[in-house]
Design a binder for this molecule. Structure first.
Ligand SMILES: [Zn+2]
Length: 391
């Protein structure tokens, strides 16, 4: 509340103070005005700890003229940031209604009001204001950025692409990533309509704008899988690993499936070993341990998992260890292991499996667009959750 009052008090008391502060610029100086009785009423509210009423009074008191426009803008901005959107809207609407504003000042107020509307969830109104700004050719880029935000909210991916086209990519380094995801969204829409030709053409555009976009690779893999082109799926999913190994837990099951469908057990084993050497991931160890169990028996698999767990304590690895022991378990304390297995499975089930590396949002399933910070491709599978929780 203090910052609001700091802004309001002097201006409301006498705009002469404000003019004097800007006295460096040779403008006609206003005569200090008489202090309005409303001002004392406002002070009274303040002293009686009714700051809300005081603020409303002071806002009424503020004359809009070329000297106080900036104060109005700062005040409105402050209210919006504090979540008092109604007040912000009132201030900015009041500003825009003044015919005395310069073109630049009006544009500035429009930009602010648009943000108020967005904050209030009034996207239609916000959209109209930002479109008006782009016609005025003032604050163009900012207006397009906000329009992009609105169209993403509305999942209107075609319009997202149109707007993104107007934004200078060098000013917004994450734009390429967003555009690639817009194409992926469109590709997913086409896939849900069984139109894989259109989907593939969108995926190609996604790859053109951002080479190695993992989502586009995964989607293309999905299409090729339904076609039975397992070689292509393997090639695509291995590219996912090269570009962002964090997604391995999500793609491994399909990758393994394709190797098996092609009868390439040995190639799979070699790839898993390479993968394990590169990332020491539990997921790769789980598959390896399965293959070791088939080829050399459960004891050898247990040894491999034990070695892994020694260096990378992890719930999934622990679960595998218990399972392997149960399969082996002639004499092992079976009941104890059963209980252990149940509790590990329960823990795994309760775990959020994904987290946004940008804002920390945790989720049970993979979202490409973070619901919290709106980053594209920031949410990734959590591989070492146990350590994260401890850390
Ligand atoms: Zn996030």
């Amino acid at each position: 509340m203090l910052e609001v009052l700091l802004l309001l008090l002097p201006v409301a008391a006498a705009s002469g103070w404000y003019t004097a502060r800007r006295g460096m610029t040779p403008k006609k100086q206003k005569q200090p005005q008489e202090i309005s009785p409303v001002y004392f009423k406002g002070l009274n509210y303040l002293l009686n700890e009714q700051p809300d009423k005081a603020i409303d009074l002071f806002i009424e008191l503020l004359d809009v003229d070329s000297d106080t426009v900036e104060t109005h803008l700062a005040l409105g901005n402050l209210f919006r940031r504090r979540g008092e959107v109604d007040r912000a809207i009132r201030i900015h609407q009041n500003l825009i209604a003044r015919p005395s504003l310069s073109r630049e000042q009006r544009a500035q107020a429009l930009l602010e009001l648009g943000q108020d509307y967005m904050r209030a969830g009034l996207f239609d109104r916000a959209e109209n204001l930002f479109l008006e700004l782009t016609e005025l050719r003032l604050y163009n880029e900012q207006a397009y950025i906000y329009l992009l935000e609105i169209y993403q909210q509305e999942k209107d991916w075609q319009r997202c692409l149109e707007v993104a086209d107007k934004i200078t990519v060098s000013h917004y380094p994450s734009l390429h990533n967003s555009i690639a995801h817009f194409y992926c969204e469109l590709a997913e829409q086409m896939l849900s309509q069984q139109n894989s030709a259109a989907a593939e053409s969108y995926l190609r555009r996604a790859q053109q704008i951002q080479r190695g976009n993992v989502r586009a690779l995964m989607l293309q893999g999905r299409i090729d899988y339904t076609r039975g082109d397992y070689r292509s799926v393997i090639r695509l999913l291995r590219q996912v690993e090269e570009n962002d190994p964090a997604y391995m837990p999500d793609i491994l099951p399909r990758l393994v499936d394709c190797y098996r469908k092609l009868g390439q057990q040995q190639a799979l084993f070699e790839y898993m070993q390479q993968l394990y050497q590169r990332h020491h991931s539990t997921e790769a160890m789980l598959i390896l341990s399965e293959m070791i169990a088939d080829a050399e028996g459960e004891s050898a698999a247990v040894q491999a998992v034990l070695r892994h767990l020694g260096e990378n304590p992890d719930l999934k690895g622990l679960e595998r260890l218990v399972r392997l022991n149960l399969q082996r378990g002639e004499e092992s304390p079976r009941e104890t292991l059963e209980v252990l297995l149940q509790s590990v499975m329960k823990l795994l089930d309760n775990h959020p499996a994904y987290q946004c590396e940008h804002c920390g949002f945790i989720a049970k399933k993979l979202h490409w667009h973070c619901p919290s910070c709106k980053t594209w491709g920031g949410i990734k599978p959590l591989q070492e959750f146990v350590r994260n929780v401890r850390g």
